[in-house]
Design a protein around this ligand. Structure first.
Ligand SMILES: Nc1ncnc2c1ncn2[C@@H]1O[C@H](COP(=O)(O)OP(=O)(O)OP(=O)(O)O)[C@@H](O)[C@H]1O
Ligand SMILES: [Mg+2]
Length: 392
């Protein structure tokens, strides 16, 4: 719209200047019929018509003679309230009109003329402006239409990740409720069993109590894991970074796991590079390694082997945890880092997991700017590879 107004203004400015020039020429020549520009200008350049009016508003003279039809000229009749420069539309044509009221000293020649009008046909300019307005209107509606559809497309695309994360969250909540219900109902059943034999001693009911306690422990671990993941989702869990010796941490964890491995007759071997200082959250890295070692032990048959290695590779650390256990079916491999995902075969084995361990492991690695991946062959074993960037 501002372009249209600008064009309208600039096109009139040059026309008005032209009219004023011609007016000045008339005054300079002291206005005489003989001196009228008709004689001085080439017809091709002349678009200005002159109307001479007397005091009473009668047309004395028009130049060129037949500039307007008689009935048209009456529309130009000067009026006291006329603006000096105005635009007038007559019979579908537009004109720019400059009205010059003669002053006393200008009255020498053609004394009866009181008012002179210089009339310029501005049809071409008006037409161009009309076209421009049409074009702007057309362009605007096309632009509006395009931006509407582009907006619709972009907003639907922008909503996709929000929708996905919403679905993920709803799934998480429903899975969590389901997982919480199982241990709760087991505990409830066992406690009710105790009431059936009120005279029994604790020793006599030790199996029931033990089972309830196991479920309470499971429940408490589940709630802890759920809390960790819920907090990581809301970015509430900050990584508390400091420098620590990661090789020492790894050796300590291996030592802690050795007695459990001995019971299962599983051998843990380590290939840990020495003196590696890492900048990260010690507690979380500890949790990560426990999750992976726990899995390696849990999903290994007796007489198996677990190898842990820590290697410095350029500007990053590589931790490998390899086992000769049950392995993961190829179809399950892409999903093992998903929340609550458990390989069906293992689920039936009653290994007592919740399927949250690896999703927490993934979060910890990613929070440290690293990557975790898994390779596995069914019945042969699995390998978890962690790459953590080192800070200088
Ligand atoms: N070392 C491994 N060998 C074979 N299967 C594995 C191994 N590690 C993980 N898995 C498979 O990936 C699944 C997900 O592991 P994850 O640690 O997340 O859950 P979980 O061990 O079942 O439960 P928890 O939350 O108690 O750790 C497991 O159920 C198992 O099927
Ligand atoms: Mg696990």
């Amino acid at each position: 719209m501002s372009l249209y107004l600008y064009m309208q203004k600039t096109s009139l400015v040059s026309i008005d200047a032209n009219l004023r020039n011609k007016e000045a020429y008339l005054i300079q020549k002291s206005i005489s019929i003989d001196d009228l520009p008709e004689k001085n200008e080439r017809e091709a350049e002349r678009k200005v018509s002159y109307l001479f009016w007397d005091k009473k508003g009668n047309l004395l003279l028009s130049n060129p003679k037949n500039a307007f039809y008689k009935k048209e000229t009456s529309f130009f009749k000067p009026n006291r309230n006329d603006k000096r420069m105005r635009t007038q539309t007559i019979s579908g044509h537009s004109y720019r009109v400059l009205t010059h009221v003669k002053k006393r000293e200008e009255l020498k020649k053609l004394p009866s003329a009181a008012t002179i009008q210089l009339v310029y046909n501005i049809d071409p300019e008006v037409n161009v402006l009309k076209q421009l307005l049409l074009l702007i209107g057309f362009g605007c509606s096309i632009g509006l239409l395009i931006s509407f559809f582009v907006g619709l497309f972009l907003s639907s695309r922008a909503l996709v990740p929000i929708q996905r994360s919403w679905e993920k969250q709803s799934q998480f909540v429903s899975d969590a409720s389901h997982e919480l219900r199982t241990p709760l109902s087991v505990i409830q059943t066992h406690l009710e069993l105790l009431f059936r034999h009120p005279t029994n001693t604790i020793e006599e009911e030790s199996t029931t109590i033990y089972k309830s306690l196991t479920e309470v422990k499971r429940l408490s671990k589940l709630v802890q894991d759920l809390l960790t993941l819920a907090r990581s989702d809301s970015n509430e869990l900050l990584i508390n970074q400091k420098f620590f010796s990661i090789d020492e941490l790894l050796r300590n964890i291996v030592e802690q796991f050795e007695p459990i491995a001995d019971i299962k007759e599983i051998k843990i071997e380590d290939e840990i590079e020495k003196n590696i200082i890492y900048f990260g959250d010690k507690e979380r890295i500890h949790q990560l390694l426990v999750i992976l070692l726990d899995n390696a032990l849990k999903y290994s048959d007796p007489k198996g082997n677990i190898t842990i290695s820590l290697i410095k590779e350029g500007s990053s650390l590589r931790i490998n945890i390899e086992d000769t256990g049950t392995g993961i079916p190829e179809t399950d491999l892409p999903f093992i880092f998903d929340r609550f995902y458990r390989s069906d075969k293992v689920r039936s084995k009653a290994t007592g997991g919740t399927g949250l361990g690896l999703s927490i492991a993934k979060w910890i690695v990613e929070a440290h700017g690293g990557l975790i991946s898994a390779e596995s062959r069914l019945h042969k074993g699995s390998q978890f590879i962690i790459k953590l960037p080192l800070r200088n």
